[in-house]
Design a protein around this ligand. Sequence first.
Ligand code: AMP
Length: 145
Amino acid sequence: MSLDGAYDPANIFAKILRGEAPCVKVFEDEHVFAFMDVFPQSRGHTLVIPKQSTARNLLEEDPKVLAHLMTGVQRIARAVRSALAPDGLVITQYNGAPAGQTVFHLHVHIIPRWSDQPLGRHASGTMADMDELKALAEQISAMIS
Ligand code: AMP
């Protein structure tokens, strides 16, 4: 899907938001929902999405929703840092399939990095172990202030 097109309410993140698809939840408030990426690029890879949104990408988003989203991203990124003590954090977001986007509900990736560990490939590889993801989600969630 290019930058043009319509929001598909059947996308997987919309289903997760509606409780129609499972996820390993980290955090939720009025504005944002955070959960573990099931094809993590590193240990602790977390996704943050706006709850009240039909934007496929950043360009389409209402600036007020975007402000709440980025506030949520900062809050959760701080918790990831506290929980997992990474050496760095990638905060990233893709717009359109040619840019690498694979799910078309606006979302931001929080990817912890360790100096001695390579970054995994984006949106590929084997699915993470669910028990491990749940343990990570609990660790991160406990650090959200
Ligand atoms: P993007 O390619 O930027 O659209 O990112 C989509 C991300 O969602 C990728 O990192 C995928 O690994 C991840 N993903 C896809 N399906 C699910 C799912 N059901 N639950 C959690 N993460 C998912």
